[in-house]
Design a protein around this ligand. Structure first.
Ligand SMILES: [Fe+2]
Ligand SMILES: [Fe+2]
Length: 189
C-alpha cells in the first residue's frame, strides 16, 4: 500500500469530482485533521487519507444510494439515509477501489458521522475535524473549537452532545453509536 499514490488519487477525486461546498469542507477537514493529529500525536498520513475520503459519497441520493447500499450488503437502516450511509460506503470503497487495508483509517471513515464506543485516537481526530473545520457554522461550534485546544475527548464529547440535542430536537433518527460514544467518553473522563 503506497500512501503517497493513494493520497494523490483521493486528492484528485476531491478536487475534480466534488461540488464546490463539499470540496471546501473536505479540504477544511484535511487541514484541521492534520493540525489535530500534530497536536494529539496521531498519524498524520492516515489522518490525511481518512479526511480526504470521508465525504466522497456524501452526494449519493435516492436510487443510486439505495442500489449502492444493497450492492455492498449494508443493513437496511442505511436505505434512504445518505447522512448515516455515506461513511459506511466510503470505508468499503476506500478498501475495494483504493486498496486501503489499514483498519484504523477505514474505521475513522466509517464512524466519522456517528462516533462509537471506544474510538481510537485517529477516529476521534477525524470525527472532531469534521465537526469543527473552518467552514462549519452552527450554534456552539466555537465552544467545541476552544475545547479542542485543551482536550480531544472533551471536544468530541461536546460535539456528540450537540449532535444528540440537535437530532432529537428535529425528531430525527439518532444512531445508537453516538449515544454509546458519548456515554463512553463521559464514563472515562
Ligand atoms: Fe460526512
Ligand atoms: Fe464531512
Amino acid at each position: 500500500m503506497d500512501y503517497g499514490i493513494i493520497k494523490q488519487e483521493l486528492e484528485d477525486y476531491v478536487l475534480n469530482e466534488l461540488y464546490e461546498s463539499r470540496k471546501k469542507h473536505t479540504l477544511g477537514v484535511r487541514d484541521t485533521a492534520l493540525k489535530l493529529a500534530e497536536k494529539y500525536h496521531a498519524d498524520k498520513t492516515k489522518a490525511e487519507i481518512a479526511a480526504l475520503a470521508h465525504d466522497m459519497y456524501r452526494g449519493l441520493r435516492g436510487e443510486d444510494l439505495n442500489r449502492t447500499v444493497r450492492e455492498l450488503g449494508l443493513p437496511d437502516k442505511y436505505l434512504d439515509d445518505p447522512n448515516l450511509a455515506h461513511g459506511k460506503i466510503a470505508a468499503i470503497k476506500l478498501a475495494s477501489d483504493y486498496g486501503v487495508s489499514d483498519e484504523d483509517i477505514l474505521n475513522a471513515v466509517s464512524f466519522h458521522t456517528t462516533g462509537r464506543k471506544g474510538m481510537s485516537l485517529l477516529e476521534k481526530v477525524i470525527y472532531l475535524a469534521d465537526a469543527i473545520e473552518p467552514n462549519r457554522d452552527y450554534p456552539g461550534v466555537d465552544d467545541i473549537r476552544k475545547e479542542a485546544e485543551i482536550s480531544l475527548d472533551g471536544a468530541c464529547l461536546r460535539s456528540m452532545e450537540s449532535t444528540i440535542k440537535h437530532v432529537l430536537s428535529q425528531g430525527a433518527y439518532l444512531d445508537k453509536d453516538t449515544l454509546e460514544a458519548a456515554d463512553f467518553l463521559k464514563e472515562n473522563k
